[in-house]
Design a binder for this molecule. Structure first.
Ligand SMILES: O=C(O)CCC(=O)C(=O)O
Ligand SMILES: [Fe+2]
Length: 332
């Protein structure tokens, strides 16, 4: 099978045609990969609270080492992700019919039922993905062998990532001296999800436009061989180098709100390469449904209210407004 047949039709443009697409970020050229790697490193085995606090305040993103996830599991996930995406577009679509796993492309913005919130061909993102709600993983089986293997691996992976998210969140809450009733329900296992992505090659366009995540924390297992993720730090775009056996943690909007803006929800984006695909596996964790986020900067809100507002804004304006909608003394 031609690799192009595995791409969603809208992402099958030959490179030279893609130049007509509007590129929303084209004025912001990134720096080349920096050496040495400037991204803060946090060691989960011997957690340094001060270093963690600084990374959360100054970057909103860090590299995690000694995370305890077996390297074989990280590599197996990457291999399986590549295998899964190399299937034909139609078989990926069909495999997700009547499944809690959603297959999507052209945008990472989905409604809770898994429908893509599209904004016309001008604004497509060069990405396809599977959206996997973790709490439903044990309740079904898949007939497509690579999807079924993915389901089994993700059950194992989710246990590790939930442990990591809880450890990090508890350390952050302690650093911030937050008086939370149950830290665990801010990084709820019930609402966690994994997204596996493939970014097809193109010359112009972005895999993902500039955004902040809506999560409390996002934990990324990125392609060991292909870079693409960039983070905004002090008005400069920096490449987050792929380094094997490390995970990238970024703080999302919920963490920024919980911390009353002391911590940062990192602005980031994904660049695509013109001649090599990239894959990534991203875990997102959110507050439980009954958690009201109270802070000195925002009106109290739940994550569900935040998500509904984000979806409304994307549909109406074409982009997420995010935390600004909930700021104290705002009428919008
Ligand atoms: O694929 C990546 O490297 C990052 C993905 C991302 O930013 C997201 O899913 O929000
Ligand atoms: Fe993101």
């Amino acid at each position: 099978m031609n690799n192009l047949d595995s791409y969603p039709p809208i992402l099958r443009l030959p490179n030279n045609q893609s130049q007509n697409l509007h590129d929303p970020n084209d004025k912001m050229d990134p720096n080349p990969i920096q050496d040495p790697d400037p991204i803060p490193i946090i060691d989960l085995k011997s957690l340094n609270h001060k270093k963690l606090d600084e990374a959360c305040k100054e970057w909103g993103l860090f590299r995690l080492i000694n995370h305890g996830v077996p390297i074989t599991l990280l590599e197996q996930l990457q291999d399986l992700t590549k295998q899964l995406f190399s299937l034909s577009f139609e078989s990926k679509q069909e495999a997700c019919n009547e499944s809690p796993i959603t297959y999507f492309w052209g945008t990472p913005a989905l409604t809770p039922s898994g429908t893509a919130i599209t904004r016309g061909p001008q604004n497509i993102n060069w990405v396809e993905g599977f959206d996997v709600p973790l709490c439903q993983l044990s309740q079904f089986q898949h007939h497509l062998p690579s999807l079924e293997s993915m389901r089994l691996l993700l059950m194992d992976y989710a246990t590790h990532l939930s442990r990591i998210a809880t450890t990090l969140f508890e350390a952050m809450a302690k650093n911030l001296e937050l008086n939370l009733k149950s830290t665990k329900s801010y990084v709820s296992e019930k609402t966690g999800l994994v997204r596996v992505y493939r970014y097809p090659c193109t010359e112009v366009g972005w895999g993902m436009e500039v955004h902040t995540d809506s999560s409390v924390l996002s934990i990324l297992n990125q392609d060991d061989h292909v870079s693409g993720l960039q983070v905004l730090k002090d008005d400069q775009w920096l490449t987050v180098k792929p380094i094997s056996n490390t995970l990238i943690v970024n703080l999302g909007d919920m963490m920024q709100a919980i911390s009353s803006d002391i911590y940062k929800s990192a602005s980031h984006r994904v660049k695509v390469e013109k001649d090599i695909e990239r894959i990534s596996i991203c875990y997102f964790v959110f507050p439980g449904d009954d958690i009201v986020i109270e802070s000195s900067k925002y009106n109290p809100f739940t994550y569900n209210e935040f998500r509904a507002q984000v979806q409304k804004d994307i549909k109406a304006l074409g982009h997420k407004v995010g935390l600004a909608r909930f700021q104290l003394n705002q009428d919008c």
